[in-house]
Design a protein around this ligand. Structure first.
Ligand code: NAD
Length: 350
């Protein structure tokens, strides 16, 4: 299968590409190489014959038309996006342009290519989205997001993703484009850009800096190991029913405070502090993110029953592997710390 992956130099896209190439698929990686990208994520596949890279922006329709015509992909996996909620609070414009207009361009380029090639039966446009489109849940563990939960996005990021999801479904209804949509929970794992919570905590701890927790740390997230997510996405694009949405969760609900304490305990074990103290001493509660959703949780029934997919690791196992990866890969994260905004508090709404 020849897969066109957008955003393949990012965190999740690169995990998808490493897995897809490892399974013998051909992959074209289309990426604009924004501040959040890192081509080093693909070092292990960059020289493989099935891999190629196109430096292009999804806001550039002509470039998309050329790439579709030249590479003739069997399926599209669309991950390119602005992805950081805090940055969306400070500068929502780029989120509207890339996540909404960019997705519109991708849909139009895909539709043109699909029609010009006489609507090949196996063609799929797989749109990768977030569970944040569903809004915020109460603490009741019985209540989880299903594929039928009404949309209620709260941040500029989630509103832009919700908007792109609607466009994708409209292109299926209106033009018959064979689409698939997945909405996943918070990913974590190797190659996670050092502005997101888990790498921030690991790297701040190693530098003996404060470990910032928004609000009182009671916000609950479901944590999905990125390599599990990549596996789920390849299952969906291969076996998913056209037009259907699949929620993808890690079956690992955890409050932010518990998560940070777990990371501290792993570091205490793997890299004990010289003064004998626990890294948990560095935990500091900071002003909450404006509009911070209280809880996200995914009902995994559909993907489990229809596609037979379940996550392979618990959050404790995944965090253990993630912490070890950051300890072993300083050469990867050190240069990224210099990028604009990394290491700073963003998205305070001021
Ligand atoms: P990321 O920020 O790590 O990577 C995004 C990639 O997209 C980067 O390589 C960037 O260069 C590229 N990109 C951005 N704007 C572009 C443009 N205009 N044209 C072409 N390329 C562009 O993001 P991620 O965490 O890997 O997320 C990937 C997708 O998964 C996104 O669509 C995101 O909304 C979704 N998602 C992520 C999570 C998560 O926990 N990370 C959770 C749910 C959904």
């Amino acid at each position: 299968m020849k897969i066109l992956v957008t955003g393949g130099a990012g965190f999740i896209g690169s995990a998808v590409i490493r897995l897809a190439v490892g399974r013998g698929h051909s992959v074209v990686n289309l990426d604009a190489l924004t501040y959040a990208s890192c081509l080093d994520n693909l070092a292990s596949v960059a020289d493989k014959p099935g891999y190629s890279f196109e430096h292009a922006d999804i806001r550039d329709r002509d470039a998309l038309n050329r790439i579709f015509a030249e590479h003739k992909p069997d399926v599209i996996m669309h991950l390119a996006a602005e992805s950081h909620v805090d940055r969306s609070i400070d500068g929502p414009g780029e989120f509207v342009e890339t996540n909404i207009i960019g997705t519109f361009n991708m849909l139009e380029a895909a539709r043109k290519y699909w029609i010009e090639n006489e609507k090949p039966a196996g063609f799929r446009f797989h749109h990768i989205s977030t569970d944040e489109v569903y809004g915020s849940l109460p603490p009741d563990p019985e209540v989880q997001f299903t594929e039928d939960t009404p949309y209620d996005p709260r941040s500029p990021y989630s509103a832009s993703k919700a908007s792109s999801d609607h466009l994708v479904r409209a292109w299926a209804e209106t033009y018959g484009l064979p689409v698939l949509v997945t909405n996943c929970s918070n990913n974590y794992g190797p190659y996670h850009f050092p502005e997101k919570l888990i790498p921030v905590v690991i790297l701040n701890a190693l530098h003996r800096k404060q470990l910032p927790i928004y609000g009182d740390g009671s916000n609950v997230r479901d944590w999905l190991f990125v390599e599990d997510h990549a596996d789920a996405l390849l299952s969906v694009v291969k076996k998913g029913e056209v037009g259907r949405t699949y929620n993808i969760g890690g079956e690992n609900e955890c409050s932010n405070l518990t998560l940070v304490k777990t990371i501290c305990a792993i570091l205490d074990e793997k890299r004990p502090r010289e003064d004998g103290a626990s890294y948990a001493d560095l935990i500091t509660f900071v002003a909450d993110r404006p509009g911070h959703d209280a809880r996200y949780a995914i009902d995994p029934t559909r993907i489990r029953t229809e596609l037979g997919w379940r996550p392979s690791v618990t959050v404790e196992e995944g965090l253990e592997r993630t912490v070890q990866w950051y300890l072993d890969n300083e050469d990867w994260w050190r240069p990224l710390m210099q990028r604009k905004g990394v290491g700073q508090r963003l998205g305070t709404g001021r």
